[in-house]
Design a protein around this ligand. Structure first.
Ligand SMILES: [Zn+2]
Length: 362
């Protein structure tokens, strides 16, 4: 079956009214859990809007009357569903072929070659990847609003809000006139701060109760990698040493998220947060496997279907974020964070990204 035939078949399982209804329900649940109490307490209003546009985008806005708004395109529901449906199938049908042995043997954890983690069904993976992907994106948009990132960006750059207030859009990453220099550094720092709060929320809620399991962690990282790649909308090849465009490279966002999650093992109340995840090294193996599986899936499905394994050298996650890049974002965030702290009115200052040094981003 070639790429065109696969896409033809996808039309059969993407039922737009059903998929958008599922997406709306997941986002509504996220709003109830994350936002409603806080907005009631602060006597503010948050409105979630849907646009019928089918590209993958979300926008966080604060209107001039103080109303907060998050707008999702239908494309967010459709594309998240597509990956949630296809990726677990790829694990079972495609990645079981001998040509992938070398890759998945290198990524072995718990002493075995596995593409879909043992004990995780295709159906459960589909549901979790979809729910985690959409809930994380909601939490990321909410973080832009809770931390008033649009206002902070305007204030730092000496810009005035438009007549409708301030807005941060996830697209375009590299539009006709991509951001560079100080403006790019500010946006990258704000995006990473929103990533930080969203990941903190997701991991905290997943590790509450009976604890975070290897399968849940795997599904979360897969959903996150697909979201990062989807937002960037291009191959992730090559390193960059300075912030460029509106958003960090997917591989850098993933590397920083993995580091943040591993940092949870240093917390005093780590007991009971994890179920079946033995230590940071085990968590790191699961997350490397998930992020690389999602990257390989992405390349085959969307970019260079026939070229495995030649593309791997470009698809592999860098083992660290380049020092120059980490320093640029660190020093920008060091000057930006005090301003964000004066405005943050969501979960409080504990959810605002703290960086001890630039190595924290590597
Ligand atoms: Zn963002």
């Amino acid at each position: 079956m070639d790429a065109r035939q696969v896409r033809e078949r996808e039309k059969d399982f993407i039922n737009l009214p059903v998929v958008t209804a599922i997406g709306t329900e997941i986002i509504d649940n996220a709003k109830t859990r994350l936002s409603d109490k806080i907005y009631a307490r602060n006597a503010r209003t948050l409105t979630v809007l849907w646009s019928e546009k089918l590209n993958f985008n979300a926008v966080a806005s604060i209107r001039s009357d103080g109303t907060h708004e998050i707008t999702f395109n239908y494309g967010v529901s459709v594309e998240t569903y597509r990956d949630a449906f296809l990726l677990p199938q790829f694990c079972v049908r495609e990645f079981s072929k001998p040509q992938y042995d070398e890759l998945f043997e290198a990524l072995s954890f718990d002493g075995r070659r596995q593409a879909l983690p043992v004990g995780l069904s295709v159906e459960d993976a589909k549901i979790d990847i979809q729910v985690f992907g959409l809930t994380w994106l909601y939490a990321h948009e909410q973080a832009h609003l809770f931390q008033h990132h649009g206002e902070c960006e305007a204030q730092l750059l000496g810009l005035k809000d438009g007549p409708d207030g301030s807005s941060l859009s996830e697209l375009p990453v590299n539009g006709a006139t991509p951001l560079s220099g100080a403006h790019a550094s500010i946006r990258h720092a704000l995006e990473l701060a929103a990533d930080h709060e969203a990941t903190l929320f997701l991991i905290s809620s997943l590790s509450a109760g009976s604890g975070l399991t290897p399968s849940k962690l795997w599904c979360f990282v897969v959903s996150l990698m697909c979201t990062f790649l989807r937002l960037h909308n291009e191959t992730d090849a090559g390193a960059v040493s300075a912030p460029f465009g509106s958003h960090p490279k997917p591989a850098y966002r993933m590397r920083i998220a993995i580091r943040q999650i591993l940092g949870l093992f240093d917390l005093p109340d780590v007991e009971g947060r994890f179920q079946g995840i033995r230590d940071p090294a085990h968590a790191a193996q699961i997350m490397e496997h998930a992020s690389l599986t999602a990257t390989v899936y992405w390349h085959i499905r969307y970019l260079k279907r026939e070229k495995f394994p030649e593309f791997l050298k470009n698809a592999l996650l860098p083992t660290s974020v380049p020092e120059e890049y980490a320093k640029a974002v660190f020093w920008t965030w060091a000057s930006l964070r005090p301003l964000v702290l004066t405005k943050a009115d969501g979960w409080g200052q504990g959810s605002v990204m703290y960086l001890r040094d630039f190595e924290s981003l590597m």
